[in-house]
Ligand binder design. Structure first.
Ligand code: PSU
Ligand code: MN
Length: 316
C-alpha cells in the first residue's frame, strides 16, 4: 500500500487488505470490457478472468472510473454495468482522467490509465489481452498509443499476448526500447502476435517461469529504475488463429477504417469489432482464451514476487 492515498482513489477493502499484508494482487483493465468485446461475453469474460486470478492465489483488482472516483476493485454489478454500456462508456486514457473525475462521470480505463491507477495503489502486476502501440500508418497519423509511454512511467509489469498486427510490431518494439521498457517473451524467444503465437520479431529476453519474471521485476526495483516490464505470453495453441488468414482479415479491416475516416481513440475499438465480424466470432474466442491464460500467468508472477526471495516488499 502506498503511504499516501490519492484523495480521488477508492481501493476495495479486499484489495486494500491484500496490499497491506503483501499478498499477490493483479490489476485488470476495463476498456477491454466496454470497448474490447461485445456484451454479454465481455462481462462474462471479466468475471472468468477474476476467478482465474483467484484460483492462482492472487486477488483481482479490476480498475475503472465510477462517478468520478478512481476505483481499484469492482463489484460484479459494476463490471456488468460497464459491460452493458459498451462503447457508450468513455474510453479513458491518461489525458481523459482529469475531465472524467472533475465531471463525476463513469469511464473505462485503457492499459495506460489502468497502469497509472494501479501504480497509485501500489499494485505491481497487471494482466490484459493486448496493449496499444505504434499504428501502421504512423507517418501520417502520428498515432502512438499512450499505453507505451505509461509503461515507461510506472513500475508495473504488464502481461499481454504480444502485439497484434493491426499495429506496426517492429516500430512498437523500437519505441519501447527508446522509452526503456524491457520486453520479455514468456516461454518464447519471439514476441507473440496476439491471435497467433509468433510475430516473427525476436525479443531480447525470455523468461521461462513466473519466478524468472519476478526476479527481473525485483532487479528493476532494486536498481531504482522507473518503468514497467512488458511480458508477452503466446496465445494457447488451441485458440491460435492461422496468421496468414488473420493478417488478411486485419488488412481488410484497416482498409475499411481508412475508407471510413476512423481515427484517434475510435481506431482500436473499430478494428477489434471489425475483426470479430470478419472472422464470424472466431477472433473473439481467441481473444477470450488468451486473456484468461494471461490472467493465470500474471497471478503466478504476482504470487512469486510477493513471496520468498523475490518479495519486492522485503527490499528496503
Ligand atoms: N487491444 C485489444 N483489446 C483492447 C484494447 C487493445 O486487443 O481492449 C484496448 C486497451 O484498453 C488498450 C486500448 O489500452 O485499447 C488502446 O487504445 P489506443 O490504441 O487508442 O491507445
Ligand atoms: Mn491512438
Amino acid at each position: 500500500m502506498p503511504d499516501k492515498i490519492n484523495r480521488h482513489l477508492d481501493i476495495a477493502p479486499e484489495v486494500a487488505a491484500a496490499l497491506r499484508s503483501g499478498e499477490a494482487v493483479v490489476a485488470l483493465e476495463s476498456t477491454i470490457i466496454s470497448h474490447g468485446m461485445p456484451y454479454p461475453r465481455n462481462a462474462e469474460t471479466a468475471a472468468t478472468v477474476e476467478a482465474t486470478v483467484r484460483a492462482a492465489g492472487a486477488i483481482p483488482a479490476t480498475i475503472a472510473v465510477l462517478h468520478g472516483r478512481l476505483k481499484v476493485g469492482l463489484s460484479a454489478a459494476e463490471i456488468q454495468h460497464l459491460g452493458r454500456q459498451g462503447q457508450a462508456a468513455i474510453k479513458c486514457s491518461r489525458r481523459d482522467l482529469p475531465l472524467v473525475v472533475a465531471r463525476g462521470q463513469d469511464g473505462a480505463t485503457t492499459v495506460a490509465a489502468t497502469l497509472l491507477i494501479a501504480a497509485m495503489a501500489g499494485i505491481r502486476v497487471f494482466a490484459t489481452g493486448g496493449i496499444g502501440g505504434v499504428h501502421r500508418d504512423v507517418e501520417e497519423t502520428l498515432d502512438i498509443s499512450a499505453d507505451l509511454d505509461e509503461l515507461a512511467r510506472n513500475n508495473v509489469a504488464v502481461v499481454c499476448a504480444g502485439v497484434k498486427s493491426i499495429l506496426d510490431i517492429g516500430r512498437t518494439l523500437e519505441y519501447l526500447e527508446t522509452r526503456g521498457v524491457a520486453v520479455v517473451g514468456y516461454q518464447t524467444g519471439n514476441l507473440p502476435a496476439f491471435y497467433s503465437r509468433d510475430s516473427g520479431f525476436a525479443v531480447e529476453y525470455r523468461g521461462d517461469t513466473a519466478a524468472e519474471v519476478a526476479a527481473i521485476m525485483q532487479a528493476q526495483h532494486e536498481l531504482g529504475l522507473t518503468g514497467g516490464l512488458l511480458v508477452g505470453v503466446p496465445i494457447p495453441e488451441e485458440y491460435a488463429l492461422d496468421s496468414a488468414e488473420i493478417d488478411g482479415v486485419i488488412n481488410d479491416a484497416l482498409g475499411e477504417m481508412r475508407q471510413r475516416g476512423i481515427t484517434g481513440k475510435a481506431a482500436t475499438p473499430f478494428l477489434l469489432a471489425s475483426i470479430v465480424e470478419r472472422t464470424g466470432g472466431r477472433s473473439l474466442d481467441a481473444n477470450i482464451g488468451l486473456v484468461i491464460n494471461n490472467a493465470r500467468v500474471a497471478a503466478e508472477i504476482a504470487v512469486e514476487s510477493s513471496s520468498g526471495i523475490c518479495g519486492i516488499r522485503h527490499i528496503p
